[in-house]
Design a binder for this molecule. Structure first.
Ligand code: SF4
Ligand code: SF4
Ligand code: SF4
Length: 271
């Protein structure tokens, strides 16, 4: 869901809207992709006041209220959950930035496995660890907009921000990755038998993975109206096992939102 609610921001001529960009637990790749905009990012400062963005300046909150807050990352601890709820209270518009925040990212893989055992295998001192189930941001707080991807397409960030400043609506057309893949003349890896999720995943990434002949793993989530179950049947017909498809769907938090494929009785894989 990219547009949970139509929100607009009335921009005063004398006062720039206050914008925050904050991270929970993440690799910070989405935040870095905003800095990759270079001058186009810094040109925004004519129109908005960045009141919080740790990658630019580390400082303690001085501004209790924000007009727009972009939130990257997953809430992997109770402290993270508390932080996002507090951010929600301080923000008129809350925008989810990237797959970790939108769908739980790689953090939510543990939801499909024995999360305590995984913690024991990963950390030396795991007993005292805060190890909650990973939730989508929209399960924790009200989300106004979502910019999908891992990382996000920074041009969508710009488009959203300028739309809000103008009071215009923002949405991403519900077209699949296949649309951009074929428009660019990339070879179809699905036709070669690879488990590509492109037919059911929201386009807007310019099919960047297919440029390198990597199948789409779905970081942008499903587009509205995607016939995911039909696509999984097709993947099964191509010889991909239910376990293989489930593991693929786990990578970017897609497994919960769709048909839970039954495990292959012949296999004992987890999940
Ligand atoms: S969505 Fe991807 S790039 Fe963005 S913070 Fe999560 S792992 Fe990093
Ligand atoms: S490679 Fe994937 S994204 Fe490209 S056309 Fe084939 S199924 Fe669609
Ligand atoms: S091709 Fe798929 S996995 Fe790759 S960036 Fe696009 S949506 Fe994400």
């Amino acid at each position: 869901m990219l547009r949970n609610k139509q929100s607009s921001l009335s921009q005063s001529r004398t006062k720039r809207p206050k914008v925050g960009i904050v991270g929970l637990t993440s690799c910070e790749g989405c935040q870095f992709s905003l800095l990759d905009l270079g001058n186009r990012f810094f040109s925004l400062l004519k129109y908005v006041e960045i009141v919080e963005f740790r990658l630019m300046e580390e400082r303690v909150f001085t501004t209790p209220k924000m007009d727009i807050c972009f939130v990257e990352g997953s809430a992997v601890t109770q402290a993270n959950e508390k932080k996002v709820k507090e951010i929600r209270k301080r923000s008129k518009i809350l925008v989810v930035l990237g797959n970790c925040a939108a769908l739980g990212g790689i953090h939510q893989i543990k939801n499909h496995h024995d999360k305590d055992k995984l913690a024991q295998e990963t950390y030396f001192h795991s007993q005292a660890m805060d190890n909650p189930e990973i939730k989508r941001m929209s399960e924790l707080v009200k989300v106004d907009y979502t910019i999908p991807g891992c990382p996000v397409n920074s041009l969508e960030f710009l488009r959203l921000l300028y739309s809000l400043l103008k009071g215009a609506d923002f949405y991403i057309p519900p077209k699949p990755v296949c649309f951009e893949c074929q428009a660019r003349g990339y070879k179809c890896v699905l036709m070669e038998g690879q488990p590509c999720l492109g037919p059911v995943i929201l386009g807007g990434c310019e099919a960047v993975c297919l440029k390198s002949a990597m199948p789409c793993q779905g970081c942008r989530g499903y587009f509205a109206g995607a016939q995911a179950d039909n696509h999984f049947k097709h993947l099964r017909a191509l010889g991909h096992s239910a376990d293989e498809i489930n593991h693929l769907l786990e990578i970017y938090g897609l497994r919960d939102s769709t048909l839970i494929l039954k495990k292959d009785p012949s296999r004992n894989g987890s999940g």
